[in-house]
Design a protein around this ligand. Structure first.
Ligand code: FPP
Length: 254
């Protein structure tokens, strides 16, 4: 099925002689898709053009991840802090999930992709949430790549909510303080049921986490590139995966 998507983008760019080890592909890749605005500015275009182009990169990298056998791809599409941007830009960003899913949902279904979302739904416009919810429902039984959009997501808020939930359970006598462990916390995060990211990619040269998955990234490999998100290609994605494969993950051990 995925061939239909591949055909549109041309042949895989994976070069002979630069193999990606199939047994060591990260199960979960998380991406901070940064640099849309600067990409547009460099071209004398409005910031929205950068976001629109960023949406095309989402498709490109979803296909690239699926081809490699990545199981979970989490994309930071809108943070709890992004509301501070001018209203016109926020409105534009809020329309992107709907636009993307209008064009791509059938392909995602045909390719066995499961759409998920993590973030606070309450503050999102109804057209955003209904598009995402439709995609979630229609792809719920799919068993291929999990495409997880972080939308109105913030790690501190996520952890605070989890702590409040735990405190409530303790107060009600449903949970003993001694039983609070990493699993209890992880189960109350928005990523409950997902493995932690093995690899975090951030584009555009910024070297920070920006309130993204700060619990879940504790032992992830971090990979940064100066490339702006709209120009991030399958080749760049492969570079990141190959670098990941060169790393030794020790999780604090030897
Ligand atoms: C950061 O770049 C990017 C965002 C805040 C939005 C990311 C959204 C997309 C890439 C499209 C999402 C697509 C779907 C389908 C949900 P920036 O605007 O901060 O760039 P700058 O730092 O150069 O200004």
């Amino acid at each position: 099925m995925i061939e239909r998507l591949w055909a549109k983008l041309g042949k895989s760019s994976l070069q002979p002689g630069e193999p990606i080890a199939p047994h060591n592909v990260p199960e979960h890749v998380a991406i901070i898709m940064d640099g849309n605005g600067r990409w547009a500015k460099d071209r004398g275009l409005p910031r929205m053009a950068g976001h629109h182009s960023g949406m095309k990169a989402v498709k490109r990298i979803t296909i690239a991840a699926d081809r490699l056998g990545v199981k979970y791809l989490t994309l930071y599409a809108f943070s709890t802090e992004n509301w501070k941007r001018p209203k016109a830009e926020v409105d534009f960003l809020m329309k992107l999930p709907q636009q993307f899913l209008e064009i791509e949902l059938d392909e995602l279904i045909a390719n066995n992709v499961q759409v998920r979302m993590m973030g606070h739904k309450e503050d999102l416009p109804s057209y955003t949430i209904s598009a995402v919810e439709e995609a979630i429902v229609k792809t719920a039984d799919n068993t291929g790549l999990v495409l997880n959009f972080a939308l109105n997501y913030g790690s501190r808020m996520e952890m605070l909510e989890a702590v409040k939930e735990i405190a409530t359970e303790v107060k009600r006598g449903q949970l003993a303080i001694e039983d609070i462990d990493e699993k209890v916390m992880a189960d109350r995060l928005l990523t409950s049921g997902l493995p932690d990211p093995d690899l975090l990619i951030r584009t555009s040269g910024e070297l920070r986490l920006s309130n993204f998955m700060m619990w879940q990234l504790a032992y992830s490999e971090l990979w940064f590139t100066d490339v702006y998100w709209p120009e991030f290609t399958e080749e760049h994605f492969h570079e990141a995966i190959k670098e990941y494969q060169r790393r030794a993950r020790r999780y604090g051990g030897l």
